[in-house]
Design a protein around this ligand. Structure first.
Ligand SMILES: [Zn+2]
Length: 296
């Protein structure tokens, strides 16, 4: 199931030349060619036995976050009801992980985030959350915020508004079922959005998460390369929302290095929490269209 789902996601990525290759308004340099064969091989058939260091995924589960020496990486907690409320100061970053949950790999990411005492936002694919509800629930148990990423990672910019909004709602519902909490955030797969869809998602009360810094962890680069590439972009921008994917072993492998470098550079990881400001129940209702009037 892992392989099939990953394969479906990768095929979707291939069809769109990369999960995050379409640049959002704040990310103009992300469009690059994808590496289809390598990327596919990196996902299909992998499991925990392929992990590079064999570290058990839950070595610190249940412990208080923030071991001595790491706690200062944690920064402010922002409770937001819209994207415009995510106002980062210089040297502040937000960690986001897309496309999971995936057994083993998501668990490894959770363990590392706990070790460094920081919180992230996980944008979950509904089909993945339905397949691995226990993993999805553990993300919430570890204190992280969650968002939707459609049900099956569709390119919403090309399927029409009605289908797109249905996919969003179905995905949100699946993530809500798996986690038991409200799905407050949303990220467009491939960052493929339209103005109409952005307005519709915001009108339904979800906070759209764009991307400022793309780690490009969907390329089969070494963990050291990914961490170095990411830090170069962090230094260039000074702050921002960082895109990662918790379905790749290399992402978990590079995460300790990235977080250590952020800490050494005096950066702070800002935790996002969702704050409702709109009509209850709108976030997970299916069968909606794009013409709903704004609800305050
Ligand atoms: Zn994605």
């Amino acid at each position: 199931m892992v392989s099939r789902l990953a394969f479906v996601c990768v095929l979707s990525c291939l069809a769109m030349a990369g999960c995050a290759s379409k640049p959002p308004s704040s990310l103009k340099t992300a469009k690059t060619a994808y590496v289809p064969v390598v990327e596919r091989q990196s996902l299909v058939g992998r499991d925990q036995a392929d992990e590079p260091d064999g570290t058990p995924p839950f070595s610190s589960f249940g412990t208080a976050p923030g071991r001595p020496g790491f706690g200062s990486l944690a920064g402010r907690t922002l409770r937001v009801a819209s994207l415009s409320e995510i106002k980062l100061h210089d040297k502040e970053v937000v960690l986001t992980f897309d496309d999971g949950p995936m057994p083993g790999k998501t668990d490894r990411v959770l363990e590392i985030l706990d070790r460094f005492g920081v919180k992230a936002t996980f944008l979950m694919v509904g089909q993945m959350a339905s397949s691995y509800p226990a993993v999805a629930a553990r993300v919430v148990d570890h204190g992280h915020s969650i968002g939707g990423h459609t049900y099956n990672h569709a390119n919403l910019a090309s399927v029409g508004n009605s289908r797109a909004l249905s996919d969003i709602a179905t995905g949100n519902a699946a993530v809500a079922r798996a986690t038991g909490v409200e799905v407050g955030f949303f990220r467009f797969p491939y960052l493929a959005d339209t103005g109409t869809l952005r307005n519709a998602v915001a009108d339904r009360g979800q906070v759209i998460l764009d991307v400022d810094i793309d780690t490009k962890d969907y390329f089969k680069s070494s963990p050291e390369t990914i961490a170095a590439r990411t830090m170069a972009r962090v230094r260039a921008r000074g702050k921002g929302i960082i895109l990662m994917h918790d379905i790749h072993a290399r992402t978990a492998a590079m995460l300790p290095s990235l977080l250590s470098q952020l800490k050494a550079g005096g950066y702070k990881v800002v935790a996002l929490q969702y704050r409702r400001s709109r009509m209850p129940g709108a976030l997970v209702s299916a069968g909606v269209d794009a013409t709903t009037t704004r609800q305050m």
